[in-house]
Write a protein that binds this ligand. Structure first.
Ligand SMILES: *Cc1c(COP(=O)(O)O)cnc(C)c1O
Ligand code: SF4
Length: 430
């Protein structure tokens, strides 16, 4: 039975040295590297993650510690030294920010043309909507552009460190509704961020209720992309609007829409607390489904057992495994990158070890400019060793499902490392 009524406490660079576990378990050197890296990449965590998810006797290797705390290896020696030197001088905030931004701009802060898919009505940009795949639009509500804690690998990291020009967001739902009416191919909207579940339920309802009422275009499926189950399950348990959240979910279902939480879980430890298991039960009781996704990350979940256990546990709890992603080419990618060959091998072995109910998971998949590219296998064709790939999702729907081939490369970590097989100059979609 869970009765843990947690009061939300946010921990950032400003107050992390006051946290008991940090005082007890981290050396001065570790604390300093959190400061150095945390001045470049975002750092925010809360008392639930610190008290219940991190196993402090296993720090620094603990996967959730790696997931949430900046680590020295996340910056190159040169950038680390630059920031370390800057911090040792008595610089003003704005001078420090200039140095930090200088480094950030060299870490590919805007990967895979995020800004290329902005929706338009009559040539006017709708900055809060990205529309890349015909049936699905991403919606960025303006008050959902932060998270309950920050993931060290996050490809949206630049928006959390105040590089405002890269931030997408929309205040009102009216333009979204107009856009869906004008684009009948759209059946799905994904609320994303940040994390839309940081919004108050009242705010979230102010976006969702108009959809239920106006039923724009052919909208059928509403998805909420969230890591709140992992970082703050009390959102569905004991927060003061927790019950309102569940009532909102019920309203969506009763209106005949499908509602799915696209829940981000990176490691089975995030599924192990009473709080998260209880939150999952409450959500499922509303008729909402929960699908799960995660990138495969060095230092966090680079092993078969972590994945097989995570998928098995998800099925046991009533969740539907959905995507395994490859870490994007941004931020601390070098720290997290796993060769595509290794990602495939972990995916295959984990997939082979779970029941058919968990084999709903797709991947390993790279979210590229062209679409979501899945690595299917390593084959030998005409005496050439190749990666066999296909699109799961594509800008052009006709590209989906057709296998294509790249030269085998054991070091490749991302699509940009791959060359077409059979001496061809370009991939068919280029
Ligand atoms: C992954 C993704 C979607 C959703 O794709 P599904 O295959 O329908 O889950 C939508 N838009 C973008 C930009 C995406 O990356
Ligand atoms: S919760 Fe999602 S958006 Fe927020 S930091 Fe983690 S991966 Fe990024």
């Amino acid at each position: 039975m869970i009765a843990i009524d947690k009061k939300y406490k946010v921990i950032t660079l400003r107050n992390f040295r006051e946290v008991d576990q940090i005082k007890t378990y981290l050396s001065e050197e570790q604390k300093k590297s959190i400061e150095v890296v945390g001045n470049v990449l975002p750092f925010k965590i809360n008392n639930y993650v610190i008290d219940e998810l991190i196993d402090w006797s296993n720090v620094p290797e603990d996967p959730i510690f790696q997931l949430t705390f900046p680590q020295k290896g996340m910056l190159s020696d040169f950038f680390y030294k630059t920031m370390e030197d800057a911090l040792s001088l008595d610089l003003s905030r704005s001078d420090l920010k200039k140095i930090a931004d200088g480094i950030r701009y060299q870490l590919n802060p805007n990967p895979s043309g995020q800004d290329k898919n902005i929706a338009k009505i009559d040539d006017k940009d709708l900055r809060g909507i990205q529309h890349k795949y015909q049936e699905t639009a991403l919606f960025f509500p303006s008050s959902g552009q932060t998270c309950h804690a920050y993931c060290t690998f996050c490809f949206r990291w630049s928006q959390f460190v105040g590089m405002e020009d890269l931030k997408f967001a929309m205040k009102e739902s009216e333009l979204m509704i107009e856009y869906f009416d004008k684009n009948p191919s759209i059946t799905d909207v994904i609320f994303t961020g940040g994390d839309p579940m940081v919004m108050s339920t009242q705010k979230l309802a102010s976006y969702i209720d108009p959809l239920l009422e106006k039923r724009p275009g052919n909208l059928q499926n509403i998805r909420l992309g969230t890591k709140a189950l992992s970082y703050w399950p009390y959102k569905f348990l004991t927060d003061k609007d927790a019950d309102d959240t569940l009532r909102l979910f019920e309203r969506v279902i009763e209106s005949g829409f499908h509602l799915t939480l696209m829940a981000h879980f990176n490691h089975p430890n995030e599924l192990a607390t009473d709080a998260v298991q209880h939150a999952i039960k409450r959500i499922l009781s509303t008729g909402v489904q929960i699908r799960t996704q995660s990138p495969i990350l060095n230092n966090i979940n680079n092993d078969t057992n972590a994945w097989a256990n995570m998928w098995r546990e998800q099925v046991r709890l009533g969740l539907i495994p959905y995507y395994m992603f490859v870490a994007r080419d941004t931020g601390a990618q070098d720290y997290f990158a796993i060769p595509l060959e290794k990602a495939l091998s972990i995916y295959n072995k984990a997939y082979q070890g779970v029941s058919g109910l968990a084999r709903t998971v797709k991947g390993p998949s790279m979210s590229t400019d062209y679409g979501k590219i899945e690595l299917l296998g390593i084959n030998e064709i005409n005496n050439e060793k190749v990666f066999t790939l296909r699109f799961i999702q594509a800008r052009n729907p006709e590209w989906v499902k057709e296998p294509f081939f790249a030269k085998y490369d054991p070091k490749a970590v991302w699509i940009s490392d791959l060359k077409p097989a059979f001496g061809e100059e370009k991939f068919f979609f280029q």
